[in-house]
Design a protein around this ligand. Structure first.
Ligand SMILES: NC(=O)c1ccc[n+]([C@@H]2O[C@H](COP(=O)([O-])OP(=O)(O)OC[C@H]3O[C@@H](n4cnc5c(N)ncnc54)[C@H](OP(=O)(O)O)[C@@H]3O)[C@@H](O)[C@H]2O)c1
Length: 246
């Protein structure tokens, strides 16, 4: 079922968290497959650098600064994508963060920080795009969960809660929209080689080069899109071989 040459010409993909890591890799991969790309994140400069690189490859990306914890900005992102390209076929709700600390050590704002970006950001993205997709009776939403959507870990309680929430939200949403031909997938990777771990203060024992690479997640996202329209991939779980699964 893998079609590495899958053609996304004529499709429009919106990616949150496109300024780094997995989001950047998905943007590059989907642009290479021919999709129009809308790049979203808070860091405008990073988006512009990526957009310039994509233009060199013949793509015509739109950049849009948006904080996914702000519904008006997320709504503006979807409106900007439709304004420029006329439609949104694929939304990748990828933006996220974490803080590695116990609940007792966490300020209340630390809990908000993680739940707002990882969970509310996904809810907001879906809410903003779903009426458009229902109207068109097609669409695909790819949400970034984590292995933390399926397991629980000390020092990551709010992150785990948010990522479990992403899975529950996505599965419930899918039941609402599948009659319109809309699919909702959740990617659940373990350790990926991106700035995420350092930003979170997470001390992962596995060498960076042995972790999953962002490009692996881009292939997983493309796999979900390339699956025949009758196929709903609920979750895709991926581990680097260096990381134990027990
Ligand atoms: N790396 C891992 O080991 C791993 C494992 C499982 C799941 N994940 C998930 O994968 C997703 C991508 O993470 P990554 O590993 O690629 O990390 P990353 O390199 O740190 O990228 C995170 C992205 O999210 C954006 N972002 C964060 N908060 C945002 C906000 N409030 N509004 C808009 N954008 C925001 C950042 O952009 P700006 O700062 O420019 O806004 C950045 O582009 C996350 O949901 C993460 O939880 C990662």
């Amino acid at each position: 079922m893998v079609r590495s040459d899958f053609d996304l010409h004529g499709k429009v993909t919106v990616i949150t968290g496109a300024s780094s890591g997995i989001g950047t890799a998905i943007a590059r991969r989907f642009a290479a497959a021919g999709s129009h790309i809308v790049l979203a994140a808070r860091r405008e400069l990073k988006l512009q650098e990526l957009a310039d690189a994509l233009r060199e490859g013949g793509s015509d990306p739109l950049t849009c600064t948006a904080d996914v914890t702000n519904y008006q900005q997320v709504e503006g992102l979807i409106a900007a994508a439709i304004g420029r390209f006329g439609q949104v076929d694929i939304l990748v709700n990828n933006a996220g963060n974490a803080l590695a600390r116990t609940v007792a050590e966490s300020a209340p704002g630390d809990l908000d920080f993680q739940i707002d970006a990882n969970l509310k950001g996904v809810c907001y993205g879906c809410r903003a795009v779903v009426p458009h997709m229902i109207e068109r009776r097609q669409g695909q939403i790819i949400n970034l969960g984590s292995i933390c959507s399926l397991r629980h870990f000390p020092n990551y309680a709010a992150y785990v809660a948010a990522k479990w929430g992403v899975l529950g939200f996505s599965r419930s949403l899918y039941e609402e929209v599948r009659e319109f031909g809309i699919r909702v997938n959740v990617l659940c990777p373990a350790a990926v080689n991106t700035p995420w771990a350092d930003l979170a203060g997470a001390e992962l024992p596995w060498p960076q080069e042995e972790r999953l690479q962002p490009e692996d997640l881009a292939e997983m996202a493309l796999f979900c899109v390339a699956a025949p329209a009758r196929v709903q991939i609920d979750t895709m779980v991926a581990w680097p071989i260096c990381e134990p699964t027990i």
